[in-house]
Design a protein. Structure first.
Lengths: 325, 295
């Protein structure tokens, strides 16, 4: 009994520390554009959300998708087209991007969840490559050129997003909504069922859960959130190109998640931040980025599969972070 | 001019030949993937990079040492196979105890490193590798003109695939391989060195990719990115065929190559995606793949 109360007190203290940390992080994010280049920060936020969305599937459902670029880049195209060609407001364009990504996720997920493990990865990869060829040939994506000169427009008709600070807080808002949604999903009864599927699919089936439906739901949610990240990115950079739908992009988001820590809330954000910073740093040098990316991949897989945040949690003796299997 | 369904027969046969040649490479590559997967439970994402490596090693042997096509046909698979065996020993073998997805991710990283390095040194433009003099020119078959080298590729790949299949089905080494696929612990208990067998298997599978690479060098240009898009198509081939059977991987490779060639004749816009569409249909009808056992 005494033990229980002690651990409860410890738990409460830890929860308090965590909320404190979240508060500090929020304050830092709000203040960040006054100290750093806003475009760079926005890129980080978009990729962090992308990685978090991907992690919802890999970390909490145990499904490795090798085709998430389709949702990220697909949403970018949808939003860019709606905003530029149809003159939609940014928020409507972003919503269309999210809806499009979700629909795409529904179709891809429908096929992919028929197989498990490695096959799942290969099928998602093949389907996203199919989407890549579609984007290469479809007229509305403008082929190799991509959709250029996408206007940022006025949020709700009166907030001018061409001002960097306005744009930053818009992206930050989207990011926070996305991460909050993931946090809610993961900690809901639905999220518990997802984790049980990750741990032992047969047992989840035997408990009466329709595993296929839960997987598909998780896939669609992950796709929609990845779409939110892609849609915002297209407004930040004002273009949508083929780069965002390539399989290299799918690989990149895996790396971010793996590096930060699969199955942790914070990991993908840390991983995305590091990878984007690294790319930014290497962009000016002659050195080929893919070699570095690949090497980090190999080192992560061989030496610390838990990722940076996962390792830290393990050192602190936290048990609730998912163990890298 | 003879027409079939409104298509000149020459065009049809020409595209079928292109399909058959692509199919030869799909078959050899998916065969290598299937062998590696069968024993190691690793999806070798570096297979495309090893294929590219094969073409490049052949090209470099010729450019720097004057070693021609025929010796390269032996040397290249040896070099690629040995290099891959070292990687398996040093790194990949440490991942057998963890989730198979880590093997996929590791080889993905490896592919990025290899391709990135070659891109850094040789750029993205392709290098030309001329076919050997014995196989230059072409033969008029009466109904169409067949470049000799392409005919050779089809015949040689058939021999390689058949040879590999015989090696696995009919020899003692093959019997060990098949036994270790079923139950590695039991086979080890019988005194077979299973870790060595795993290394050897990875070497053979990679050597097949290297061989496909040197054979592809005169057909396509030798470029650092030649393997990266191909590997995804080969993954789709593997999903369609199912990983269960070696013969299945070979047959599916040729079939899908032909299907792609046919699509180029009748509906060129879809030729890039036809294999993926077939994959989706197969997943609906037979999720385990055409030749696969249920996973």
């Amino acid at each position: 009994m005494a033990d229980l109360t002690t651990s409860e007190i410890q738990g409460q203290a830890r929860a308090r520390t965590e909320w404190l940390l979240v508060g500090v992080a929020l304050a830092a994010l709000l203040a960040a554009p006054f100290f750093f280049y806003p475009i760079f920060l926005m890129k980080m936020l978009c990729f962090a959300l992308f990685a978090c969305a991907f992690n919802l599937l890999l970390g909490f459902t145990g499904l490795l998708s090798f085709g998430h670029a389709a949702f990220f880049g697909g949403a970018a195209y949808f939003t860019a087209h709606a905003v530029k060609e149809w003159g939609w407001t940014p928020e409507a364009g972003v919503l269309l991007g999210v809806a499009g990504a979700a629909l795409l996720g529904l179709v891809m997920g429908f096929f992919a969840i028929r197989r498990q493990g490695i096959y799942f990865a290969m099928i998602t990869l093949a389907l996203s490559q199919m989407f890549f060829f579609f984007c290469l040939q479809a007229p509305f994506t403008k082929g190799e050129d991509g959709i250029q000169g996408v206007p940022r427009g006025h949020l709700f008709g009166f907030i001018d997003l061409s001002m960097p600070l306005n744009m930053y807080y818009f992206v930050l808002g989207g990011f926070l909504i996305g991460v909050f949604a993931i946090w809610r999903i993961v900690n809901s009864p639905f999220g518990m069922i997802l984790k049980s599927i990750r741990e032992n699919e047969s047992r989840a089936t035997s408990l009466g859960y329709s595993v296929a439906r839960y997987k598909l739901a998780a896939f669609v949610m992950s796709a929609a959130l990845a779409g939110l990240a892609g849609a915002m990115k297209t407004l930040v950079f004002q273009f949508a190109t083929l780069t965002d739908v390539t399989w290299q992009m799918s690989g990149e988001v895996i790396l971010m998640t793996l590096l930060g820590g699969i199955g942790t809330m914070l990991g993908p954000i840390v991983g995305a931040g590091l990878v984007v910073a690294l790319q930014n740093y290497l962009a000016t040098s002659e050195f080929p980025v893919t070699v570095i990316t690949g090497a980090i991949f190999m080192i992560c897989v061989l030496l610390f599969r838990r990722g940076i945040v996962g390792e830290v949690y393990a050192r602190l003796g936290r048990t609730d972070s998912s163990d890298a299997r | 001019m003879t027409m079939i369904f409104g298509i000149p027969i020459q065009a049809l046969l020409g595209q079928l030949l292109v399909g058959l040649i692509n199919g030869s490479f799909y078959a050899m590559l998916s065969l290598g993937l299937a062998i590696i997967f069968g024993l190691l439970r690793v999806i070798n994402f570096a297979h495309g990079a090893q294929y590219m490596l094969g073409a490049f090693v052949g090209y470099l042997l010729l450019a720097h040492f004057g070693i021609g096509y025929w010796p390269a046909l032996i040397l290249v698979p040896l070099i690629v196979g040995l290099a891959s065996m070292i990687v398996e020993r040093l790194a990949l073998s440490r991942l057998y105890d963890v989730d198979p997805l880590y093997g996929l991710l590791f080889t993905f990283g490896l592919a990025l490193v290899i391709e990135g390095a070659f891109r850094y040194f040789y750029g993205v433009s392709g290098q030309v590798y001329t076919p050997p003099s014995q196989l230059s020119g072409g033969t008029n078959l009466g109904f169409m003109f067949l470049p000799n080298y392409r005919g050779w590729v089809v015949v040689a790949s058939l021999i390689v695939c058949l040879g590999t299949w015989l090696l696995i089905e009919k020899t003692r080494l093959g019997a060990y391989l098949r036994a270790a696929t079923e139950n590695p612990i039991l086979v080890q208990a019988f005194g077979v060195n299973v870790p060595l067998l795993l290394t050897l298997t990875y070497g053979i599978g990679s050597a097949l990719a290297g061989l496909a690479g040197i054979m592809a060098a005169p057909v396509y240009q030798v470029s650092p990115l030649m393997g990266s898009n191909l590997i995804i198509v080969v993954f789709a081939v593997v999903v369609v065929g199912g990983m269960g059977s070696i013969l299945g991987a070979i047959v599916t490779g040729y079939m899908l190559g032909l299907a792609e060639g046919l699509t180029k004749v009748f509906y060129p816009e879809a030729s890039n995606i036809v294999i993926f569409v077939i994959m989706a249909i197969v997943l609906l009808v037979r999720p385990a793949g055409l030749f696969g056992r249920d996973a």
